[in-house]
Design a protein around this ligand. Structure first.
Ligand code: GSH
Length: 224
Protein backbone atom coordinates (compact mmCIF):
# COMPACT_ATOMS: atom_id res chain seq x y z
CA UNK A 1 0.00 0.00 0.00
CA UNK A 2 1.33 3.45 -0.90
CA UNK A 3 1.46 6.47 1.39
CA UNK A 4 -1.70 8.61 1.39
CA UNK A 5 -1.31 11.98 -0.35
CA UNK A 6 -2.93 15.09 1.08
CA UNK A 7 -3.53 17.84 -1.48
CA UNK A 8 -3.62 20.98 0.59
CA UNK A 9 -3.24 24.72 0.99
CA UNK A 10 -3.15 25.75 4.61
CA UNK A 11 -4.98 29.03 4.01
CA UNK A 12 -8.07 26.79 3.81
CA UNK A 13 -9.96 26.03 7.07
CA UNK A 14 -10.99 22.48 6.04
CA UNK A 15 -7.34 21.77 5.17
CA UNK A 16 -6.26 23.04 8.58
CA UNK A 17 -8.74 20.72 10.29
CA UNK A 18 -6.96 17.84 8.56
CA UNK A 19 -3.52 19.18 9.53
CA UNK A 20 -4.67 19.38 13.16
CA UNK A 21 -5.86 15.77 12.94
CA UNK A 22 -2.58 14.54 11.43
CA UNK A 23 -0.71 16.25 14.26
CA UNK A 24 -3.07 14.99 16.98
CA UNK A 25 -2.74 11.42 15.69
CA UNK A 26 1.02 11.93 15.30
CA UNK A 27 0.99 10.63 11.73
CA UNK A 28 2.57 13.52 9.79
CA UNK A 29 5.36 11.21 8.59
CA UNK A 30 2.86 8.73 7.22
CA UNK A 31 1.28 11.21 4.79
CA UNK A 32 2.78 12.91 1.72
CA UNK A 33 1.75 16.53 1.21
CA UNK A 34 1.18 18.19 -2.17
CA UNK A 35 0.60 21.93 -2.15
CA UNK A 36 -2.22 23.24 -4.34
CA UNK A 37 -1.78 27.01 -4.35
CA UNK A 38 -5.33 28.40 -4.22
CA UNK A 39 -4.28 32.01 -4.79
CA UNK A 40 -2.50 30.94 -8.00
CA UNK A 41 -5.58 28.94 -9.08
CA UNK A 42 -3.67 25.63 -9.00
CA UNK A 43 -6.95 23.97 -8.01
CA UNK A 44 -8.30 24.83 -11.51
CA UNK A 45 -5.49 22.96 -13.23
CA UNK A 46 -6.93 20.15 -15.45
CA UNK A 47 -4.71 17.56 -13.71
CA UNK A 48 -6.19 18.52 -10.35
CA UNK A 49 -9.75 18.55 -11.74
CA UNK A 50 -9.13 14.93 -12.77
CA UNK A 51 -8.48 14.15 -9.11
CA UNK A 52 -11.25 16.36 -7.72
CA UNK A 53 -13.89 17.65 -10.15
CA UNK A 54 -15.11 19.94 -7.34
CA UNK A 55 -11.72 21.76 -7.52
CA UNK A 56 -11.52 22.12 -3.75
CA UNK A 57 -8.93 21.33 -1.13
CA UNK A 58 -8.35 19.22 0.87
CA UNK A 59 -8.24 15.92 -0.98
CA UNK A 60 -6.86 12.72 0.48
CA UNK A 61 -5.79 10.08 -2.01
CA UNK A 62 -4.95 6.63 -0.68
CA UNK A 63 -4.52 4.06 -3.45
CA UNK A 64 -7.99 3.74 -5.01
CA UNK A 65 -9.64 5.83 -2.28
CA UNK A 66 -10.10 9.52 -3.13
CA UNK A 67 -11.79 11.64 -0.49
CA UNK A 68 -12.76 15.17 -1.53
CA UNK A 69 -14.23 16.46 1.70
CA UNK A 70 -12.41 17.30 4.92
CA UNK A 71 -15.13 15.82 7.12
CA UNK A 72 -14.90 12.45 5.37
CA UNK A 73 -11.09 12.68 5.60
CA UNK A 74 -11.21 13.30 9.37
CA UNK A 75 -13.38 10.22 9.92
CA UNK A 76 -11.16 8.10 7.66
CA UNK A 77 -8.02 9.19 9.51
CA UNK A 78 -9.59 8.33 12.87
CA UNK A 79 -10.62 4.91 11.56
CA UNK A 80 -7.34 4.15 9.82
CA UNK A 81 -4.89 5.53 12.41
CA UNK A 82 -6.81 6.32 15.58
CA UNK A 83 -7.53 2.88 17.04
CA UNK A 84 -6.58 2.75 20.68
CA UNK A 85 -6.35 6.55 20.92
CA UNK A 86 -8.84 9.03 22.35
CA UNK A 87 -9.64 10.02 18.74
CA UNK A 88 -11.07 6.60 17.90
CA UNK A 89 -14.67 6.71 16.69
CA UNK A 90 -15.31 3.02 17.29
CA UNK A 91 -17.97 3.77 19.90
CA UNK A 92 -21.22 4.18 17.93
CA UNK A 93 -22.70 6.95 20.01
CA UNK A 94 -19.50 8.96 20.06
CA UNK A 95 -19.16 8.50 16.30
CA UNK A 96 -22.72 9.78 15.77
CA UNK A 97 -22.11 12.80 17.99
CA UNK A 98 -18.92 13.67 16.13
CA UNK A 99 -20.61 13.20 12.75
CA UNK A 100 -23.45 15.43 13.86
CA UNK A 101 -21.04 18.31 14.57
CA UNK A 102 -19.07 17.65 11.38
CA UNK A 103 -22.36 17.98 9.50
CA UNK A 104 -23.00 21.28 11.30
CA UNK A 105 -19.63 22.57 10.18
CA UNK A 106 -20.07 21.34 6.62
CA UNK A 107 -23.62 22.52 6.07
CA UNK A 108 -23.85 25.64 8.21
CA UNK A 109 -20.75 27.02 9.87
CA UNK A 110 -18.16 26.62 7.10
CA UNK A 111 -20.74 27.59 4.44
CA UNK A 112 -21.38 30.89 6.21
CA UNK A 113 -17.65 31.49 6.57
CA UNK A 114 -17.12 30.68 2.88
CA UNK A 115 -19.92 33.04 1.83
CA UNK A 116 -18.27 35.85 3.79
CA UNK A 117 -14.85 35.06 2.29
CA UNK A 118 -16.37 35.11 -1.21
CA UNK A 119 -17.70 38.60 -0.50
CA UNK A 120 -14.20 39.67 0.42
CA UNK A 121 -12.05 37.82 -2.12
CA UNK A 122 -14.41 37.63 -5.09
CA UNK A 123 -16.63 40.71 -4.67
CA UNK A 124 -13.81 42.79 -3.11
CA UNK A 125 -16.13 44.07 -0.40
CA UNK A 126 -13.90 46.00 1.97
CA UNK A 127 -16.47 46.53 4.73
CA UNK A 128 -18.29 43.35 5.71
CA UNK A 129 -19.81 44.65 8.96
CA UNK A 130 -23.34 44.45 7.48
CA UNK A 131 -22.85 40.78 6.55
CA UNK A 132 -21.82 39.26 9.87
CA UNK A 133 -25.23 38.15 11.19
CA UNK A 134 -25.21 34.62 9.70
CA UNK A 135 -21.83 33.91 11.28
CA UNK A 136 -22.56 35.47 14.68
CA UNK A 137 -25.78 33.44 14.75
CA UNK A 138 -23.78 30.27 14.01
CA UNK A 139 -21.38 31.09 16.85
CA UNK A 140 -24.46 31.43 19.09
CA UNK A 141 -25.29 27.79 18.20
CA UNK A 142 -21.78 26.73 19.19
CA UNK A 143 -22.16 28.56 22.52
CA UNK A 144 -25.25 26.43 23.13
CA UNK A 145 -23.43 23.23 22.16
CA UNK A 146 -20.67 24.09 24.61
CA UNK A 147 -23.19 24.65 27.40
CA UNK A 148 -23.98 20.91 27.17
CA UNK A 149 -20.54 19.37 26.69
CA UNK A 150 -16.96 20.37 27.50
CA UNK A 151 -15.85 20.01 23.89
CA UNK A 152 -17.80 20.41 20.66
CA UNK A 153 -19.21 16.89 20.35
CA UNK A 154 -18.77 15.37 23.81
CA UNK A 155 -16.71 15.78 26.97
CA UNK A 156 -13.42 14.99 25.28
CA UNK A 157 -11.46 16.43 22.41
CA UNK A 158 -12.46 14.98 19.04
CA UNK A 159 -11.91 15.82 15.39
CA UNK A 160 -15.15 17.83 15.54
CA UNK A 161 -13.22 20.37 17.61
CA UNK A 162 -10.61 20.62 14.85
CA UNK A 163 -13.27 21.15 12.22
CA UNK A 164 -15.00 23.91 14.16
CA UNK A 165 -11.84 25.65 15.40
CA UNK A 166 -10.41 25.91 11.90
CA UNK A 167 -13.57 27.72 10.78
CA UNK A 168 -13.92 29.80 13.95
CA UNK A 169 -10.31 30.99 13.90
CA UNK A 170 -10.78 32.04 10.27
CA UNK A 171 -13.89 34.01 11.15
CA UNK A 172 -12.11 35.62 14.07
CA UNK A 173 -10.12 37.50 11.45
CA UNK A 174 -13.22 39.55 10.68
CA UNK A 175 -15.40 38.93 13.74
CA UNK A 176 -13.67 39.07 17.15
CA UNK A 177 -14.84 36.33 19.54
CA UNK A 178 -16.16 38.44 22.39
CA UNK A 179 -16.12 36.84 25.83
CA UNK A 180 -19.19 38.87 26.86
CA UNK A 181 -21.38 37.26 24.17
CA UNK A 182 -19.68 33.86 23.82
CA UNK A 183 -17.95 33.01 27.15
CA UNK A 184 -17.95 29.25 26.55
CA UNK A 185 -16.75 29.53 22.97
CA UNK A 186 -13.97 31.87 24.07
CA UNK A 187 -12.81 29.56 26.89
CA UNK A 188 -12.91 26.51 24.57
CA UNK A 189 -11.05 28.42 21.85
CA UNK A 190 -8.38 29.53 24.36
CA UNK A 191 -7.90 25.88 25.38
CA UNK A 192 -7.62 24.67 21.78
CA UNK A 193 -4.96 27.30 21.07
CA UNK A 194 -2.88 25.80 23.88
CA UNK A 195 -2.58 22.42 22.14
CA UNK A 196 1.12 21.84 21.41
CA UNK A 197 0.49 21.32 17.69
CA UNK A 198 -2.07 24.13 17.24
CA UNK A 199 0.37 26.77 16.05
CA UNK A 200 2.01 24.74 13.32
CA UNK A 201 -1.16 23.03 12.15
CA UNK A 202 -3.61 25.95 12.24
CA UNK A 203 -2.02 29.31 13.02
CA UNK A 204 0.65 29.32 10.31
CA UNK A 205 -1.87 28.91 7.47
CA UNK A 206 -4.30 31.26 9.15
CA UNK A 207 -1.65 33.98 9.32
CA UNK A 208 -1.11 33.63 5.55
CA UNK A 209 -4.84 34.08 5.00
CA UNK A 210 -4.92 37.10 7.31
CA UNK A 211 -2.15 38.78 5.36
CA UNK A 212 -4.31 38.43 2.22
CA UNK A 213 -7.37 39.68 4.09
CA UNK A 214 -5.49 42.73 5.31
CA UNK A 215 -4.67 43.67 1.75
CA UNK A 216 -8.40 43.90 0.97
CA UNK A 217 -10.23 44.85 4.15
CA UNK A 218 -10.10 48.23 5.76
CA UNK A 219 -10.60 46.76 9.25
CA UNK A 220 -9.03 43.46 10.32
CA UNK A 221 -8.54 43.14 14.10
CA UNK A 222 -4.81 43.53 14.78
CA UNK A 223 -4.54 41.80 18.16
CA UNK A 224 -4.64 38.21 16.88
N1 GSH B 1 -16.81 20.71 2.16
C1 GSH B 1 -15.45 20.85 1.69
C2 GSH B 1 -15.17 22.30 1.37
C3 GSH B 1 -13.80 22.51 0.77
C4 GSH B 1 -13.63 23.92 0.22
O1 GSH B 1 -14.63 24.59 -0.12
N2 GSH B 1 -12.37 24.35 0.10
C5 GSH B 1 -12.11 25.67 -0.46
C6 GSH B 1 -10.97 26.34 0.29
S1 GSH B 1 -11.48 26.75 1.92
C7 GSH B 1 -11.65 25.52 -1.90
O2 GSH B 1 -10.85 24.66 -2.19
N3 GSH B 1 -12.17 26.39 -2.79
C8 GSH B 1 -11.79 26.42 -4.16
C9 GSH B 1 -12.96 26.35 -5.10
O3 GSH B 1 -14.11 26.22 -4.63
O4 GSH B 1 -12.74 26.43 -6.29
C10 GSH B 1 -14.48 20.32 2.73
O5 GSH B 1 -14.81 20.37 3.92
O6 GSH B 1 -13.43 19.79 2.35
Amino acid sequence: MSKPILYYDDVSPPVRSVLLTLAALDINEKIDLKWIDLFSAAHRNPDYIQINPLHTVPVLEHDDLVLTDSHAILVYLCDAYGQGTSFSLADHKKRAKVLNRLCFNNSIFFQRDAELMRKIFRDKLNDISAHLKPVTEAIDYIELYLSKTKFIACDELTVADFSIVSTLSTLESVCPIERSRWPKVKAWYDDLQKLPYYRKANQVGLDKLRTKLRSILTAVPEQM
